[in-house]
Design a protein around this ligand. Structure first.
Ligand SMILES: [Ca+2]
Ligand SMILES: [Ca+2]
Length: 184
């Protein structure tokens, strides 16, 4: 019986099974950009490692893949750029997602567009992908203020401690996109 189990494990290790279906590989340790599946496709001493996000995207385990641009766009163009990438402007809805995006923005010292807007109903901010009202938020003090009656798009703002600001949609900022990770 023991020998039989060993043969099964070796067979899985060689062929990869579900690991290879995800383009995963059996390794002793996964890279930081990879995640591991336990009990799938590798013998017990190795981990099935696969990259849940496209190259150049960052992975927040339990949440999403995130893209952080290196070029600045107005909000509508940024939204279109994310859609072109098969994604959407980031819509952080949990504290860990909010903190993650703010921390990346801080590390890059940049202001990044999010998917929030009140352009259709002044004062009511929604996530643009499906018009959900924004619940959990991370506004800077005194924001949103609709300054000069022309601020309708939400950004993680470098000059406001990487908290949220409503900014003019036609101003140019970096932007962040999100999409679902590859899962089994
Ligand atoms: Ca507004
Ligand atoms: Ca503002």
């Amino acid at each position: 019986m023991f020998t039989f189990l060993i043969i099964i494990m070796i067979t899985q290790d060689v062929h990869g099974t579900r690991c290879s279906a995800l383009n995963g590989t059996c390794k002793m340790e996964c890279l930081p950009t990879e995640t591991s599946l336990t009990g799938h496709g590798c013998c017990h001493l190795k981990k099935c490692c696969y990259a849940p996000c496209e190259s150049g995207w960052l992975f927040l385990p339990g949440s999403n893949c995130y893209f952080f641009s290196t070029t600045s766009e107005d909000w509508e163009t940024a939204k279109a750029r994310c859609m072109y990438l098969g994604a959407k402007l980031s819509e952080p809805v949990t504290q860990s997602e909010i903190d993650y995006i703010s921390n990346i923005a801080r590390s890059r010292n940049g202001t990044f567009w999010l998917g929030g807007t009140d352009k259709d109903n002044e004062g009511t901010f929604v996530w643009t992908s499906d018009n959900r009202t924004i619940g959990l938020s991370n506004w800077a003090g005194g924001e949103p203020n609709n300054y000069a009656n022309r601020e309708d798009c939400v950004a993680v703002h470098a000059k406001l401690g990487f908290l949220w600001n409503d900014s003019p949609c036609d101003s140019r900022s970096l932007f962040t996109c999100e999409t679902k990770p590859l899962t089994i």
